[in-house]
Write a protein that binds this ligand. Structure first.
Ligand code: GSH
Length: 146
């Protein structure tokens, strides 16, 4: 029998990768449909908003990576224990999305010198600012610091 879930995404570790991890974590069988770059234009016109990842289940199809990951996190019992814990989780997810946004221009830059400069700026201005704060937040949540 075909798996109950199908995840459609590119053959790389981008926005759809979290959902692949969640399926694996939960031991949920899924069809990992990896669209090759050259085949994407034919897929694109059939998608609801012209983008992937997409999740298919019970004859329905849905987009938006974080919404999909949140649904799967609930499915595999990785959600918070109350509304506040869910808020903490969403806040961290959104912070990581903010950092991820800063990677986009690096991925698009073809000139290696400019690319290196963008990476240096990312490390200096974003990673060094956000990552220690994220670690601190996690330590507070885990009651490791006050
Ligand atoms: N907010 C959307 C963004 C989706 C998105 O940007 N997907 C990219 C791949 S990572 C895409 O579909 N690019 C191809 C295109 O726009 O034609 C999400 O999180 O799912």
């Amino acid at each position: 029998m075909a798996p109950a879930y199908k995840l459609i995404y590119g053959d790389y570790r981008g926005l759809g990768e979290t959902s692949r991890f969640l399926f694996k974590y939960g031991g949920i069988e899924f069809e990992d449909a990896r669209v090759q770059f050259e085949d994407w234009p034919q897929w694109k016109e059939k998608t609801p908003f012209g983008q992937f990842p997409l999740l298919e289940h019970n004859g329905k199809q849905i987009n938006q990576s974080i919404a999909i990951a949140r649904y799967l996190a609930n499915l595999v019992k990785l959600a918070g224990n109350d509304d506040w814990e869910n808020l903490e989780i969403d806040s961290i997810v959104d912070t990581i999305s903010d950092i991820r946004q800063k990677l986009v221009p690096i991925g698009r830059e073809q000139d290696q010198t400019k690319r290196k400069a963008l990476i240096d700026t990312l490390i200096k201005e974003s990673f060094s600012y956000h990552l220690p704060r994220l670690v601190k937040k996690i330590m507070v949540i885990w009651h490791l610091v006050g």
